[in-house]
Structure formats: structure tokens, C-alpha cells
Design a protein around this ligand. Structure first.
Ligand SMILES: [Zn+2]
Ligand SMILES: [Zn+2]
Length: 392
């Protein structure tokens, strides 16, 4: 019965609430989910239903040119009052300063904004979610690239206080993922989204490991739900590489479902495990030392290869029997879409990559393959091996 709920098309998974065999009540509420060719044409009619006093559209120079300008015109053509705030940077950083600038615009009392619409990907979505949440306003995200899994999430990673902090806020009221637009996104952004999705192999394996080794809560239904989207996306590698809108649609759905799976489960487990801990460690190190950090999904994809090797070694040494694909198979998929497969390709030094593997487990309380291997006294040995393989 509950399985059938999650087998509905994504556009119908907007307002879910059900009792699950795992003993939990799962619920998530997103007003509108529009994924597919031409989906961005529906922004104005959806906005009109909110009867907004005035709308603020947030974009950067790139996303405004690609789609924001068109959406702004669509809102005006529908008779809605709307302004745009376009960040002028070529490379916008999601830091406290940028959040503050958006906050100043969005809270302008004279304008009286009552709905925010972000047009962009991770950075604009994270900042607009946080600002709208603090102002108690609804917000929409009109996606421009299938680059990360935060569209349907509720937290915003922001560079603040010399590190990268997650601020918990609210879900988007509407998500528009126009695959005609997203399939034309920069190649490295599409490849990063693909890497973020493939990271779910070890995230889901870690979730099972946590249940087996530490009795942590796990929902098999949500795990299967995530795995289904992951497998469909992985099978679309060829199409993603060729920017086929249908394949990019599968990638986009997997990214949106990742956020939803976390929301439904009430834990980050379905979408984040040891591979995300390593990527996060590298980001924090970069911020602390004033360096730029790679696209989230690019570092997740590279870390995924190291952690799939860990699972292979652990099976060889009798530490687990949890199945994962081989690192070689996943590397072939990443290579197919042009995603990075070595730390050096994304500016992560050998020293940092080694330190991240050795120390990332301390960033999060969850049990993971990193903790499992450390408990068995094998952490240094496995780390030497993957660092040699991926960094030499
Ligand atoms: Zn459940
Ligand atoms: Zn991620």
C-alpha cells in the first residue's frame, strides 16, 4: 500500500503523509513539483494562486540570461507585480554577505514582497530558501542545472563564521525543473549532479551498516525508493552525456527525490553517507584556508570511488557482506558523463584527500564504513591503498 504511494509520478508526490511499516509516520509537503520539457512556463500561473502583493525574483547574471529574464516577463505578462534582484558576480558564493544582500532586497518594506522566486541552482536556491524562511515568505525555485540534490531539501549550506554551516529552514513551495533548459546547463554542472546521485550507493550501504552494527533507525521503503531513482539515473549515463532531455529528466528526478527521501525519513541517511562526509571535510578545509571549493557533486563523485573501494576491501576481509557496485563500474559511469574521478582534477591535494578519509568520520555522529573500518584497525591500510590509486 505505502509502496504504491511512492511509485506515483514525481509530480504527484507533493503532499505526502502515511504510516509506514517501519513504524514512522512519513510526511512531506511541497506545493508544486513540475519536471519536464517546458515546465518553467508554469511559474506565473502557480504564482498567481498565491495572490502575491509583489514578487522578488532572485538570479545571477548567468541564470537571469538563461531563464530569469523570461520568467520575469512571464510574471509581468500575467499581470503580477514583480522585480528582479540580479547578483552581478560572475561566480557567486553562498556566503553570509550574499545572503545579507538578498535579505536587504527581499525585506524592503516599500516593495512589500510576499513571494520570492529563485532562478538558478544550488547557490541561489540555498540563499533564497534561507532568506524567505527568515522572512516567513513562500519561495519557488526554478532550476537551471541538475547539479546537486538540494532542490527539495530543507537546509542551506552557507559559508559563515569561517566555515560551512547548514541552516535549517523550509521546503520550496514549488519546484520547476524545465529539462529543456537543464539539459543545456554547463557540462561540469550536469556531471556534478550525476556524481551527487551516484554517491547514494555508499549512502544507502552506510544506512544499512548503521542499522546492522548500531541498531540505527532505517526505513527499507525509503531506501528502496532512493535506490530506484539511483538505478534509473545510473542507467541513463549515456543519455546524460549526450544531454538528452529525457535522461537529464531522470537525473533531475533522482536529485529531487534525494531531498524528498531525506525529508520523508527525517534523517539525511538516504542521500548522504561516508562519501558526503569526505566531500564536506574537503569543503570546510578549503573555506578555512581561503580557497575555493569544487562543485558539491564533483567532490562527492570522487569520494564515492574511494568509499566503494573501502566496501570492496571490507567484503574481501570479511568485515561486511553489504553489496555495492564496484568502484571500477562507477568510475566508468562518471567518465562517460565527463565527471572528475581524481582529487587532483578538482583541486584537492593528496595530503588533503588522505586527511579527509582519515578524519571525516568525526564530522558526523552516524555510523559509516569509515568508522567500521577504523574499528577493525584497517583505516590506515585502506586509506593508503585508495590514495595511491586515486592520487598517484
Ligand atoms: Zn518507513
Ligand atoms: Zn549531495
Amino acid at each position: 500500500m505505502t509502496l504504491d504511494i511512492l511509485k506515483r509520478p514525481l509530480s504527484e508526490l507533493t503532499d505526502l503523509s502515511f504510516s509506514c511499516a517501519c513504524g514512522h509516520e512519513h510526511s512531506i509537503k511541497i506545493g508544486t513539483l513540475a519536471v519536464g520539457p517546458g515546465a518553467s512556463a508554469r511559474v506565473a500561473e502557480t504564482a498567481a494562486a498565491y495572490a502575491p502583493r509583489r514578487i522578488l525574483l532572485a538570479a545571477d547574471v548567468h541564470t537571469f540570461a538563461v531563464l530569469g529574464e523570461r520568467v520575469l516577463q512571464q510574471l509581468k505578462d500575467a499581470g503580477l507585480e514583480a522585480d528582479a534582484y540580479v547578483f552581478p558576480e560572475q561566480h557567486l558564493h553562498p556566503d553570509a554577505f550574499a545572503v545579507g544582500r538578498l535579505f536587504l532586497e527581499a525585506s524592503d518594506e516599500k516593495a512589500g514582497y510576499s513571494l520570492l522566486i529563485a532562478v538558478g541552482s544550488g547557490v541561489l536556491n540555498d540563499m533564497t530558501r534561507l532568506v524567505s524562511g527568515r522572512l516567513g515568505l513562500p519561495y519557488f525555485i526554478v532550476c537551471t542545472a541538475p547539479s546537486m540534490d538540494g532542490y527539495a531539501g530543507s537546509s542551506s549550506p552557507i559559508v559563515c563564521r569561517g566555515t560551512k554551516l547548514s541552516f535549517y529552514s523550509h521546503y520550496a513551495d514549488a519546484i520547476f525543473a524545465d529539462t529543456d533548459v537543464m539539459s543545456r546547463a554547463p557540462r561540469e554542472m550536469i556531471a556534478a549532479g550525476f556524481g551527487d546521485v551516484l554517491g547514494k550507493y555508499t549512502a544507502l550501504a552506510d544506512w544499512l551498516l548503521g542499522e546492522r552494527e548500531r541498531g540505527e533507525y532505517r526505513c527499507p521503503l525509503i531506501s528502496d525508493f532512493m535506490r530506484g531513482a539511483l538505478e534509473t539515473c545510473a542507467a541513463s549515463a549515456e543519455g546524460v552525456a549526450n544531454r538528452d532531455p529525457e535522461a537529464v529528466g531522470h537525473l533531475t528526478e533522482a536529485l529531487i527525490l534525494s531531498g524528498m527521501a531525506m525529508g520523508l525519513a527525517g534523517v539525511t541517511r538516504p542521500a548522504s553517507g561516508c562519501e558526503h562526509h569526505i566531500a564536506h571535510y574537503c569543503d570546510i578545509d578549503a573555506v578555512a584556508n581561503g580557497r575555493d571549493y569544487p562543485l558539491h557533486g564533483a567532490s562527492v563523485g570522487v569520494a564515492e570511488l574511494a568509499m566503494l573501494r573501502f566496501y570492496e576491501f571490507a567484503r574481501r576481509d570479511g568485515l561486511t557482506d553489504i553489496e555495492t557496485p564496484s568502484a571500477d563500474a562507477v568510475r566508468a559511469l562518471l567518465c562517460k558523463v565527463g565527471a572528475p574521478v581524481r582529487p587532483a582534477e578538482i583541486g584537492i591535494s593528496t595530503e588533503l584527500f588522505r586527511r579527509a578519509i582519515l578524519e571525516a568520520m568525526h564530522l558526523r555522529p552516524q555510523y559509516s564504513m569509515l568508522k567500521h573500518v577504523a574499528a577493525a584497525g584497517k583505516l590506515e591500510e585502506y586509506t593508503d591503498s585508495v590514495v595511491k590509486e586515486l592520487c598517484d
